[in-house]
Design a protein around this ligand. Structure first.
Ligand SMILES: C[S@@+](CC[C@H](N)C(=O)[O-])C[C@H]1O[C@@H](n2cnc3c(N)ncnc32)[C@H](O)[C@@H]1O
Length: 229
């Protein structure tokens, strides 16, 4: 929604500026503002009706297992979600894997509050307020068998940051760990959204292998990649 020309209603503050460099792509959707987060949560599945199916595909892949350290013994997978928003993807995954140790990370307190309300009934949930552009965001998080993210990588506000983000996620994964990235096909030529080829190149540059397209549904794609060592 934020990268396809939509604008929040006029009553939203016009001065929100999440740029960290001059060439970053600006947005007025500052999710740290309560009513902006609530509006996005209400509209996102209406504006992109394919989102529930995309979530279902990601959840199905996680439920299928066979990644990370889980092969070593009978324990629930440790999963990290980057940019969890209101917790829709977390709920879809936890419905399939209810005992997962699931960390929801976001930099917007209103979204973390909504996500907590949605999934705190699951026993392994943990909620982390962190900014994945901050170089130190991974400190103290632990390691994970899978990392998932949906429509959040473009929130880096410039695609040149994606290889760094993926290198950091690589380090958080256990051997054979899995990364699932969902984002949208770019609708303009700003350096925000990434094509599938750009995603694959960024993942390969970070050390990932077995990079495959898990799903492509109406301009949303899901790329799957593994840490092999
Ligand atoms: C478009 S929303 C997608 C939310 C959720 N993944 C979904 O698909 O329902 C982007 C999410 O990324 C979060 N986000 C944006 N920039 C971030 C950053 N620098 N660090 C952590 N989270 C961020 C936003 O707060 C928001 O929850």
């Amino acid at each position: 929604m934020t990268d396809d020309g939509d604008r929040p209603p006029d009553r939203f503050p016009a001065d929100a500026d999440l740029r960290r460099a001059d060439d970053d792509v600006p947005t007025t959707w500052d999710f740290r503002v309560e009513h902006i987060a609530r509006t996005w949560a209400q509209q996102s599945d209406l504006k992109k009706p394919q989102r529930p199916e995309v979530r279902a595909r990601i959840a199905k892949r996680i439920a299928a297992g066979g990644f990370g350290d889980v092969g070593a013994g009978p324990r629930a997978p440790r999963i990290l979600e980057l940019g969890c928003g209101p917790g829709y993807l977390a709920e879809a995954i936890l419905d399939q894997v209810p005992l997962a140790a699931y960390t929801l990370l976001d930099f917007a307190p209103p979204f973390l509050a909504m996500a907590r309300e949605r999934v705190e009934r699951f026993p392994g949930t943990r909620f982390v307020l962190a900014d994945f552009v901050d170089p130190a965001w991974t400190e103290g998080l632990g390691t994970f068998d899978a990392i998932v993210t949906m429509q959040a990588v473009h929130e880096l506000r410039h695609k040149r940051r994606a290889p760094t983000l993926y290198a950091q996620t690589y380090e958080l994964l256990t051997p054979e760990g899995l990364l699932l990235v969902c984002d949208g096909v770019p609708s303009n030529d700003t350096p925000l959204g990434m094509t599938l080829a750009e995603q694959q190149a960024a993942l390969a540059s970070a050390g990932f292998s077995d990079i495959e397209v898990l799903a492509e549904i109406d301009r949303l794609y899901v790329v799957c990649a593994s840490r092999t060592r």
